[in-house]
Design a protein around this ligand. Structure first.
Ligand SMILES: CC(C)(COP(=O)(O)OP(=O)(O)OC[C@H]1O[C@@H](n2cnc3c(N)ncnc32)[C@H](O)[C@@H]1OP(=O)(O)O)[C@@H](O)C(=O)NCCC(=O)NCCS
Ligand SMILES: [Zn+2]
Length: 211
């Protein structure tokens, strides 16, 4: 995950560590000739990097889904039952993973465990419409920016020509997608299960300017 630099400190050996917005630290050493980061040695150099993004592997890495991830993805769903999913939805995700309709991604942590998954699919009848499918963050990793980073990654992975992105979710998640620009198009009370309302949402994208 890309995280913003919020500050710097030195470790016990005197090497510089960038403090990231996620709370993790990352060495930004200046050790010529192997690692050259002259900027880190000056107050102005460090100040100029505040807010810059660094890849934090401890916050997870996004990569394409592979068949070996199937069980772990089902576990991600299960961790969110019954708050966000009804138990019956596991079989639907399993069938979806068996025949993926488009690119699917996972967030893997630095020990190889999965923290999140989510994909996209282009409407087979309308090449200007796509959907976000099965976006799930492991329950104990909610509210750490993983959902947003993965959703933005999926939106960037959409092919050219997509003008509308749809998704189907629950009322509990509606606010998350509203922050990303999606608007509600339909609500079905108890549509997913008792007390879990189905909410359809849509995001309009601007057509790319002509080259
Ligand atoms: C919905 C979900 C993907 C959000 O992922 P997350 O990693 O917890 O979200 P983030 O930390 O990236 O949050 C981004 C922003 O949305 C907000 N947010 C997160 N979950 C929210 C929710 N359920 N309702 C309203 N806002 C929410 C965060 O507070 C944050 O706000 P900020 O930008 O003001 O700080 C996650 O809760 C999840 O996997 N839920 C279960 C699965 C599910 O229902 N998926 C629906 C599609 S099938
Ligand atoms: Zn981190």
């Amino acid at each position: 995950m890309e995280r913003a630099i919020t500050g710097f400190h030195r470790d016990a050996e005197g090497d510089w560590v960038a403090e990231l917005a996620c709370g993790h630290g990352q060495h930004v050493r200046h050790r010529p000739p192997w690692t050259v980061r002259l900027w880190v040695t000056t107050e102005e150099g460090r100040a100029s990097r505040l807010g810059a993004l660094l890849e934090c592997r401890r916050c997870g890495t996004i990569r394409p889904y592979a068949n070996r991830d199937r069980t772990a993805c089902l576990e991600l769903l299960r961790s969110n039952v019954p708050e966000y999913f009804s138990p019956g939805e596991e079989a639907a995700l399993d069938a979806f993973l068996e025949r993926l309709p488009g690119p699917y991604f996972v967030v893997e942590n630095d020990e190889g465990a999965l923290w999140a998954c989510g994909g996209i699919a282009v409407d087979p009848h309308d090449a200007s419409v796509a959907s976000l499918c099965w976006g799930i963050v492991r329950q104990d990793r909610h509210e750490r920016g993983l959902g947003r980073a993965l959703t933005q990654h999926r939106l960037r992975a959409l092919p050219a020509g997509i003008l509308r992105v749809r998704l189907d979710t629950s009322h509990k998640v509606q606010g998350f997608y509203e922050k990303l620009g999606f608007a509600v198009t339909e609500v079905q009370n108890d549509g997913i299960g008792p007390g879990l309302h189905r909410v359809r949402m849509e995001l309009s994208l601007r057509p790319a300017p002509p080259p």
